[in-house]
Design a protein around this ligand. Structure first.
Ligand code: DGJ
Length: 725
């Protein structure tokens, strides 16, 4: 709900349980007043009482001599008029002057018309506040979208040049917000390839904490997610805020504690090398940011983000309702396969209940290793005699669907595409390019490049019966340069690149509405809310070791739903860590997301094959819970010896818990684990334990942790039953 009090010029925005309040002050500046648990629709202007601080400049139009932008909580901080905190926007005029003083001009309430290739959240009610610059012809529109059923608010901004001379945006963040003085901790998700999203929680302290990617992709190294927590907040208690970008390119999220202990949190497109020229009448649209509030700890914060992403961001089409259970050929064969090997794998998979065969890297061009072939999207008939048809026919004969891998954004130096169009690779022809995995990145800022990739993919997808596409991306951008962009526009390159990626993904999905698309970037290198708008699930990590996956799935869930985390059972010793974990545990960890298999099934024992059948049946039984239920994190695998999570249906009649012993403990003893999310007044039956207990008992007294060996896992199926009389 959005309301505006004309007398006090105060905006009250209300989501499911939060209030977000701001006002236009006497001098016309948009001040932030409050963001937190629901409050009355009162005049909150007293919260920003005039407060004189030495060395805080007075803007020329200030009504009150104690007013200064230096310490006034704002909604979109500017540069050059006395606000010395980092600005949300930096606009440079033709004469080099870069100061801005944005003040309120008007506002509207309604739906937001989205006219950009950027991903965006659907629905909601949007407040648009128009600010105009007293010092240039620039106008800024701030968008705030609220949902009655969600504790997530969506923000973005649009900058318009109302003048005739060009204006250069050297920074254009999606949002900015000044939280009140307090003691905050910051939670971020850093990592690396094979170890994505390691949670790190630190005190905020004074000065700026900045997390970013300058890799042209959101990256394995830092996820576009930042949470600020009241010091000491836990999974179940305390105030928390999350900031998550619907963006997959280079980004920044920063939190700066100021001289008055307030915290400016803001972010959007990373501004390293960024500069966007706005010609007369032109506008620049920023990515959206999802901003969540929880008064009930991190668990509730995550659940709000999960619901929001599932309801308003992930693709909603019918094709995405049920997830395929795949056998992916990658770890089964890597590049070493031929038609017979693939058909043998299909024949092994079908009787086990696997429904989709995915042909991964190596089926095209001259692709026998990662040194060649990318960009040549024609079937390698030396490896696959007769093309894809016999493999697809084998799938059909066994009642399975067929999926295929592409890496659309890439080109190998040793490829026909590169030989024909060397200038299509990002970089400068007279400067040797960096390689990474022996490949270059295609210049997706150029329409002729994306047109050609679209044509090649369209040919494969329309000539063959393909129901699934895995879109991979295995290197980052180094030379941010396009041969096709004018020199003075090169600062637009990185953002234009990712717009090209989004446009191609959208176009392919429009053209092939029945194809299921999964995202990937060397595992979870582009696991972000932007990509999730196109790919309802993303390959979570190339690390399939169950013990590592427990951590990755735990941490990924801070920001993203289980339904988005693609998980496979793979071989042991694990190819990434060399660790051996029980087959059953691998199945349990892979059941905490859309599941699949990625190993040579012919090497499995009869018992393991029977295990696959059971795992698939068990997955289908809980699929609805996984895709739509509420996740509760019970035992943190980082640094502890147990991992446990549970998912509860929205109506609280069903739940499923999974746990794993991360480390063996000597002389193990009775330890309790409290369940969460159940209805305390209902009775529940825990199938594996043969126990029927009240929800209150399960959540307060808890259950005993099974005493298990290292890497052993367990699951509990929990169902509401009539209360004992
Ligand atoms: C990286 C992906 O994460 C893997 O699953 C696999 O598709 C390889 N690329 C193929 O090159």
């Amino acid at each position: 709900m959005i309301s505006f009090d004309r007398t006090t010029r105060t905006f009250h925005l209300q989501g499911k349980s939060y209030s977000y309040v701001m006002r236009v002050n006497g001098s016309g500046y948009l001040e932030h007043l409050y963001f937190g648990a629901r409050v009355g629709e009162d005049d909150l202007s007293y919260l920003n009482a005039p407060c004189f601080l030495s060395f805080s400049p007075l803007p020329p139009d200030a009504e009150d001599p104690a007013f200064s932008l230096d310490h006034t909580p704002q909604e979109y901080g500017c540069f050059g008029q006395g606000d010395f905190r980092a600005p949300a926007v930096l606009l440079r005029r033709e004469d080099g002057f870069a100061a801005s003083r944005f003040r309120y001009r008007s506002h509207t309430v309604g739906g937001q018309k989205w006219e950009s290739d950027l991903p965006h959240a659907r629905g909601g009610e949007t407040l648009t506040v128009v600010l105009e610059d007293a010092l240039s012809p620039a106008e800024i529109r701030l968008f705030y979208t609220v949902y009655d059923d969600s504790d997530v608010l969506v923000r973005s901004a649009e900058i318009v040049n109302r003048g005739s001379a060009p204006i250069k945006a050297e920074r254009a963040y999606s949002f900015s917000l000044d939280l009140p003085a307090g003691e905050y901790e910051a939670l971020r998700l850093h990592g690396r390839h094979l170890a994505e999203r390691i949670p790190e929680r630190t005190d905020l302290g004074h000065g700026a904490l900045k997390i970013c990617s300058m890799r042209g992709a959101s990256s394995h190294q830092m996820n576009p997610f930042l949470a600020l927590l009241a010091r000491g907040a836990t999974e179940t208690d305390g105030e928390c805020y999350a900031f998550e970008l619907l963006y997959s390119g280079s980004f920044t999220l920063e939190a700066e504690q100021s001289q008055t202990d307030t915290v400016r949190v803001q972010g959007g497109i990373d501004d390293t090398g960024f500069c966007w020229t706005l010609g007369a009448g032109e506008k620049f649209v920023t990515p959206q940011a999802a901003i969540a509030y929880s008064g009930g700890g991190l668990g509730a914060l995550s659940r709000s983000l999960h619901d929001f992403l599932r309801n308003y961001v992930l693709p909603a089409g019918e094709v995405f309702a049920r997830r395929p259970i795949v056998i992916n050929q990658w770890e089964a064969t890597y590049f070493d396969f031929d038609r017979e090997k693939l058909i043998a794998l299909i024949e092994e998979a079908a009787p086990l209940g696997i429904d989709t065969f995915v042909l991964d890297d190596g089926w095209f061009g001259k692709r026998d290793s990662d040194t060649s072939g990318l960009g040549d999207w024609t079937v390698n008939t030396h490896k696959l005699e007769g093309g894809l048809a016999p493999v697809i026919a084998a799938c059909k004969a066994h009642g399975m669907k067929f999926g295929i891998w592409f890496e659309p954004e890439m080109v190998s130096e040793d490829s026909d595409l590169y030989r024909a169009h060397p200038d299509w690779a990002i970089g400068k022809s007279d400067v040797p390019r960096c390689t990474s995995r022996n490949q270059f990145v295609l210049d997706f800022t150029r329409p002729e490049v994306t047109e050609s990739v679209f044509g090649a993919m369209e040919r494969i997808l329309s000539e063959n019966d393909i129901s699934y596409v895995k879109w991979d991306m295995n290197r980052h951008i180094t030379e941010f340069f396009s041969a096709a962009l004018p020199a003075d526009r090169m600062g637009e390159f990185a953002h234009r690149y990712i717009l090209g990626v989004y446009a191609l993904a959208a176009r392919l999905q429009r053209r092939f509405p029945d194809v299921f698309f999964e995202g990937c970037s060397g595992g979870g290198g582009r696991f972000d809310a932007g990509m999730l708008a196109f790919f309802p699930q993303i390959w979570t990590s190339d690390d399939t070791d169950a013990a590592e996956r427990a951590k990755i799935e735990w941490a990924t869930s801070y920001a993203y739903p289980m339904s988005a985390m693609s998980c496979h059972v793979s071989a042991c010793p694990n190819h990434q860590t060399g660790r051996t974990t029980p087959f059953a545990t691998r199945g349990l960890l892979a059941s905490l997301g859309p599941t699949g298999y990625e190993l040579d099934l012919s090497t499995l024992s009869a018992e393991e094959k029977a295990g696959v059948k059971e795992q698939i049946a068990a997955y289908r039984e809980i699929e609805e819970l996984l895709l739509r239920g509420d996740l509760y994190r019970l035992a943190d695998p980082f640094g502890k010896d147990v991992f446990a999570e549970m998912v509860v249906s929205k109506d609280k009649t069903r739940a499923y818990a999974v746990g794993m012993r991360m480390r063996a403990v000597p002389a193990d003893f009775n330890r309790r684990i409290r369940l969460q999310g159940l209805d305390e007044n209902r009775a529940y039956h825990v199938r594996e334990l043969g126990l029927t207990l009240h929800g209150s008992t399960l959540m307060r007294a808890g259950l005993l942790l099974p005493r298990l060996g290292e890497y052993d896992g367990w699951s509990w199926h929990i169902e509401a039953v009539p209360l004992p009389s």
